[in-house]
Design a protein around this ligand. Sequence first.
Ligand SMILES: [Zn+2]
Length: 442
Amino acid sequence: MRAAVATLCVTAALVAAGPTGPADAAAAPAGPRIEVEIPGPEHGGDAGSGHARVPAAGSPAKASGRLSPAERSADGQVTKMIDNGSSADRLDVVVIGDGYTAAELARFHTDAEQKWAEVTAVEPYTTYRNLFNVWTVDAVSHDSGVSGDPDPATVRDTALGSYFWCENIERLLCVDQPKVDTYVAKAPAADLVIVLANSAKYGGAGYNEPSATLGYEGISTASAGHPKSGQVAIHETGHSLGKLADEYFYPGVPDYEKYTGPEPGESNSSVLPADRMAAQRAKWYRWLGEESPDGGTVGGYEGGNYFVTGLYRPTDNSLMRVLGKPFNLPGVESMIAGFYQHARIVTPLTPTDRTLRLRHKAKAAVPKLAGADGRQLVVRWYLDGRELRRFEGRTEVSVAELWLFDLRTHRLTVTAEDRTPSVRDPKVVRTLRSSVDWDVRL
Ligand SMILES: [Zn+2]
């Protein structure tokens, strides 16, 4: 469904792209092309302005690989910038810099910290920041800065081949994806990839096709030195992690005046106006009438998913439409659902592959939530499925405290549960729980 809409969008992207650089079609490399989202214009407010199919392998100006032995030894270094535990139970974000020379790698690390701070300033990232690990992978570039900055004639030799003016759109910041993948592969795990260009020029791109080989949900490119670039990257994670639709649309573009297709698959786009949504108990009906963090109340606002009429969005101006805004309530719910596709909220610290005896303790780690309301995960313990209420909230229990009185092997279980008011869909609520079991006996 998304692919069908996306193909149509190429036309809109061309119309909506605004000023373009000199035509350079003859120089475009052959090979596979992939779809990317184009960020909205710097002063336009819109989060995006359509899609383009771009060369997967980036611009014809390739990295030469000219690195000294010292540069080569610095290249590919992996650092766990934010460590919240085992990759098996966390969302792993991989940040790679492009256009940083060996001497500039320290600044890349500062830039990566700064960009992650921008992401985690936005809910629900703020509340759930401890569910994430962030890895940096050092990519040493021969030149400082990236191609296309400040103008299309500027070509630089960089590790990932980043370039502005991709497809002649100034703010579209493309990369050589196979090259990015060689660096992503150096990190122990990757659910999401951010490529930071060493540049202060406004721009970015969303590569939102999941990687078949490396498992990540998408790549966002962003310039390190432009504050709006971080907002573009967060918007892109709305697609890659939250599976959200764009809430912007194309007034004045003939093919996008009226939508007449089937109900879209995304949780924040519907053919149903609010009254019919409520009657049919569909899509975001549980949120209708609630005050949303992006302003106004949740309803059925006509326009969205690129079409001016025939499709509705939950609020007027969420982050899926306008840069610098928060997600709306249905968007927050979908982001949390996406987080829990990758995160588990209880991790055994005591191994689970052997029977625990009287002298042993069962220990587990449960992440702290960091929301303004102070709400925490609910931790409960069970013996053979019966709750041991006296242990609620604890993260370790010794076998001696269980008062076992027979010689059978019993099953001790700890569960962590997220009772967030930001999720109302029972199908999602069921995923906000993790548990660990141990065999225990006298
Ligand atoms: Zn978008």
